[in-house]
Design a protein around this ligand. Sequence first.
Ligand SMILES: NC(=O)c1ccc[n+]([C@@H]2O[C@H](COP(=O)([O-])OP(=O)(O)OC[C@H]3O[C@@H](n4cnc5c(N)ncnc54)[C@H](O)[C@@H]3O)[C@@H](O)[C@H]2O)c1
Length: 342
Amino acid sequence: MSVLKAAIIGGGHIADQNHLPALAKLPERVKAVSICSRDIHKAQALADKHGAPFAYDSPDEMYRSEGKPDIVINCTANNLHYPFTMQALENGCHVFCEKPPAMHPYEAREMADLAKKKGLTLAYNFQRRHAPEYTTLRKYHELGNLGDIYHIKANYLRRRGIPGWGNFTNKTIQGGGALIDLGVHILDMALGLTGYHHPTRIVANTYDFIGKTGGKGLKGAWNPATFEVEDACFAHLSFPGNVSIALSTSFALNMEQEEAINLEVFGTKGGAKLFPLSVHTEIAGELADIRFPHLSDIDTQLQNTTAFLDLCDGQSANICDGEQGAILQSIVEQIYQSAAIQ
Ligand SMILES: NC(=O)c1ccc[n+]([C@@H]2O[C@H](COP(=O)([O-])OP(=O)(O)OC[C@H]3O[C@@H](n4cnc5c(N)ncnc54)[C@H](O)[C@@H]3O)[C@@H](O)[C@H]2O)c1
């Protein structure tokens, strides 16, 4: 198997903390060759730090030169996922794109279609689906132990977690607030347990009271005057076969805990909750709770990067591919559309 050449576009936090360290752990499969960021000094500094031989301030130049990769990892802001992914695919590169897939469903659809047309791999970095609690739950469900899952409560909530840095409150760059930044992770996990279908109906509400009013920040201080996105979103999604997901996500909400990330799954034979994982069922005529105190410690980013490389090699892999990404992006848009109806 030849070592694939990888390029990072967007040299920020996720590139430095997640993707480049994961690539370094897979030297037999992949090597970071190029870093591209709009600030050449930042690109060069990151290339030096992670041992990549080439740095660029524009992908155009990268595709024409020695640093042309086999794989592009798109770590730019949300509004650049579509243009840089399309450009990479046009240049014959597989693309591992950060979440959310894009800003609009038509973009995610075009990205998936172009990848298919070119015979290239496109996948998204929903690395939380490799959490051992979640993969164990999926395996347990695949063994038939939960029966048919008919409802999931999916929460990704923060009490006062509006980031005081970056673009998180800028609608033009982010495309939205808590839903498109946090909620998409837990939505991906809930959809993975219910077959990743398009919903038949969505009813949703979004709010921005705390974001626009201001208050104590637990992730820095945000500016209420420039707060343009939702601070909380609650959605009810109905799927074919009378399956439903209740999705709740917030940057800011008057709740007890600072943060709550969890799924509650209800099936005909059993239910489950995570995080941590527990199963709730009947055994020998008695109500029983099963706990999993010995789950392995997993590097979720390493697992998702490996899954992406497996997909590039033509193997099946547990990863959000172009098709699933297009479904997820369409759901995000439908949630925002429903919430816009007052
Ligand atoms: N999977 C996860 O858990 C996770 C976590 C954090 C961020 N993310 C996603 O990663 C993406 C980036 O987030 P981040 O926290 O690294 O942001 P960041 O602001 O730290 O980094 C973005 C980088 O893109 C660069 N950039 C902007 N415009 C560019 C251009 N025209 N050409 C080249 N580079 C350009 C910026 O200079 C910056 O270095 C976002 O889409 C975010 O949603 C995912």
